[in-house]
Structures are given as C-alpha cells and as structure tokens.
Ligand binder design. Sequence first.
Ligand SMILES: [Zn+2]
Length: 228
Amino acid sequence: MFDDLLALFFPESCFACDGVLARGEKYICTKCNVKLPYTDFHVHGATELNPLQRRFWGKVPVRFAFSYFTFQNKGSVQRLLHQLKYKGAKELGVHLGQRYGSILQDHHYHEQFDLIVPVPLHKQKQRKRGYNQSAHFALGLAAAMEVPTVSNILVRTINTSTQTRKDRLNRWQNVEQVFEVKKPETIAGKHVLIVDDVLTTGATLEACAVALFNAGASEVSVVTIAAA
Ligand SMILES: [Zn+2]
C-alpha cells in the first residue's frame, strides 16, 4: 500500500517517452517497448547481412559487431541515451544490458566472449559525471551472459571532448592514440567484448580494438546500445 501511495504522489515515468508508467512497468512503458528500433544484427552474426559488421571491414578485424538499437535523432533511443548519460539513470543502463545480454545469450554468443570491457571515459569526465554509462550497460550484459566485466583495463589517456569540431580523419588519428591497456596479462589470448553506449563514426571502438589487439587480445567484438 505504501508503494501504491508513493506511486500516486511520485509516479515513475518512462525513460523513453516521459509518460507515466503503469503498475508492473519499469523504466520503459509497454508502448515504447513495442516500438523501439531494435536491430536484428545478432541474427546475422558476422555475415554481410549485419550492416554494423560491414562498417568495420577493412578497418579492424572485429569478430562480431552488435547494437541493441538503431539510433535516430530526436527519437526514443536518443531520449533513453540522454537519461542514461546526463540524468543519472545508471539503472537504465544495467537494465538495457540485461535485456540485450539475454538476447545474445539466446543466440549462444556468451560462449564466445571471455571478458567484457567498457569504453572508458577520461578520468576528468568520469569525475564530473560520477559514473561511466557504458560500464553500467556492460554490467547488465555481464550479468545476463555470465561473462566477467572489468573496467580498469582500458584507460583513456587524453580528454577528447575538445575534438568534436575536427574532421573525421583527424579525429580518428587523434582518437587512435588515446587508449592504453593496463595489465595486458588480463586480456592476453582472450576474446574481449568492448562495450560503448553509442556508435557514430566507429572511430572510438576502432581505436579501442586496436589498443586491445596490440596488448595481446586474440579476438575483439563490439556491442553498443545504439548505432547511427
Ligand atoms: Zn514510453
């Protein structure tokens, strides 16, 4: 009864549409859950039918490239990411990770991965925000697939926030240098799943993959919440 009273005065709202959540709904309302732009990338695996996979061809040999959603400007996914990144909705990240993780598990991908590593924030940015949104998505994935996750292996050595205006090539060259692998023995010979919140150019994930390969990872896959 206390919960009901609480819900009456402080109704929880949907992270995707801001509408009031009904009883039994959590984080995202049923209507939004039906309409969200889910991908079928995991159905196609590493084949050419997976458009995200194709984007890494000729760049860096990722084993699998998956994304839970397609990113659309001004859409519900953008609202979800905004809540996760700037409004402290860490539990939403874990929730989405658990949901996508169980889909990946249903397709037996959990047997492939040895370790889940989130794309790090620069420590200044992390201090300011208080958390790394990608690490929370990684926690959910890890729980659903029963694969360990570690967030102190990959570190960002340069703050890239001032680079947004630079052209793509310059940006890639700059980004390439900014990731460093600590404790390479932890990833040596392992298939590492790198986790990010959103993929736009793919430059960040490429740079992470290169850093992990250079440090001795045997295989690298990538997964994001949304891909543009
Ligand atoms: Zn909704």
